[in-house]
Design a protein around this ligand. Structure first.
Ligand code: FAD
Ligand code: FES
Length: 366
């Protein structure tokens, strides 16, 4: 009996020893630093064990990451020439076999385990890190605040109307980032505004909602392919927003206002009730003073006490009723929840808009 107990104890000791050796091996592999090479240039060494996306940010390379690194947006694509970890299931969904064969990877899915060499498209290297100070925070609708920031130092923010920034937020165990569209005009370069909807249980939107004036935060950018170009300005423009999807369209609209509305512009804004609709008075005044600009809001569930006499229903239904004289020549910018964007796109295509002239930016990557 005693001998059996001794054998069991020896076996348990050997098992614990093996587990400790395995764990320490894992720790040693993951700890320490690795060399990072980007487009053949040596960057400062980065910590092993983390993902490539935050490692690149440490090395001042800021990639678009609309989903915040969840591996669902596919925007953080790079080429890993040497030293990448195994391809993840998310990458096999978002990257084609041809892309994977050509060494494409999603930076948020690659783990730094050893020295790593990557290639990043030059067009992605324009984004920079800025420090921003909160100047004002204003409730503009139920659960939506417009936050006005100034850019610190002598830095300037050059962006195209419609683009977004990535806000960094330090949690106790990791630094997370979220995308927020710039709602201010691109002509203002020493500051910017964000329209932020507080998401129930949301980490960064809740943080931004309770931010006090004078507080500073870090943002990177600008990012995004949905922006107003010189070519678009020559065309009739249809803007369609759902809720806080109005944010990037406000920036586009301001640019068009500064240009004196060279072509007809329609702004459709869908919200649940009047308390979710924002900038209503401003847009009504703007439409009243500019014959080329039309403002068309619609509420899906107006409250009795709001006395709403305007359009009711979903925003794509109001869009469907609208007659555009030259729809085929128009360009559309659509922003909001994915189901709304799908319904709107269908209506626009049916009205004769070429699908490559319907620009969208989904807010929800889950
Ligand atoms: C290109 C782009 C531009 C964006 N611009 C804006 C903007 O101008 N204003 C703005 O308010 N938001 C914008 N967003 C959404 C924003 O990036 C965040 O996803 C949102 O603020 C939630 O982040 P969170 O940290 O508060 O929530 P999280 O902590 O990430 O999520 C908490 C919970 O909320 C759910 N959730 C996450 N995002 C949303 C959402 N958008 N709607 C409903 N539920 C959600 C999650 O599934 C989770 O259950 C944009 C997103 C993208 C991709
Ligand atoms: S940040 Fe990598 S897929 Fe979205």
């Amino acid at each position: 009996m005693q001998a059996l107990l001794v054998i069991i104890l020896i076996n348990a000791f050997i098992f614990i020893l093996c587990a400790l050796v395995a764990l320490s091996g894992q720790f040693l592999r993951q700890s320490g630093e690795a060399d990072l090479t980007v487009n053949k240039a040596s960057m400062r060494p980065v910590r092993r064990g983390q993902s490539l996306l935050p490692a690149l940010a440490e090395a001042d390379v800021f990639l678009p990451a609309a989903c915040g690194g969840k591996g669902t947006c596919g925007r953080c694509e790079v080429k890993v020439i040497a030293g990448g970890s195994a391809v993840t299931p998310m990458e096999t969904i978002l990257l084609s076999p041809q892309h994977l064969q050509a060494l494409s990877r999603l930076a948020c899915q690659v783990k730094i385990r050893q020295n790593i060499e990557i290639e990043v498209a030059e067009s992605l290297l324009v984004a920079k890190l800025l420090r921003a100070r909160l100047e004002t925070s204003q409730n503009v609708a139920e659960d939506i605040k417009t936050l006005q920031f100034s850019v610190q130092g002598n830095a300037e923010l050059a962006f195209k109307p419609g683009q977004y920034l990535q806000v960094f937020y330090q949690m106790p165990w990791e630094r997370v980032l979220r995308a927020y569209s710039i709602s201010s005009p691109a002509s203002v370069k020493n500051g910017f505004s964000l329209d932020v909807q507080r998401v129930s249980g949301g980490v960064v939107s809740s943080y931004l909602h309770q931010l006090q004036t004078g507080a500073e935060l870090e943002v990177s950018g600008p990012f995004g392919e949905m922006f107003l170009s010189d070519e678009h300005v020559q065309r009739p423009i249809i803007l369609v927003a759902g809720g806080v999807g109005l944010a990037p369209l406000r920036s586009i609209l301001e640019q068009l206002r500064e240009l004196g509305f060279p072509q007809p512009v329609w702004l459709f804004h869908g919200a649940r009730s009047r308390r979710n609709l924002y900038c209503e008075e401003y847009f009504r005044d703007l439409a009243g003073n500019n014959g080329s600009f039309s403002y068309l809001p619609a509420l899906s569930n107006p409250l009795l006490e709001e006395g709403w006499v305007g359009s009711r229903g979903m925003i794509h239904e109001l869009l469907e009723q609208q007659h555009f004289t030259d729809a085929a020549a128009a360009v559309a910018f659509v922003c909001g929840p994915t189901p709304m964007m799908q319904a709107v796109t269908k209506v626009l295509v049916a009205k004769g808009l070429a699908s490559d002239r319907i620009l969208t930016d989904p807010f929800d990557f889950s």
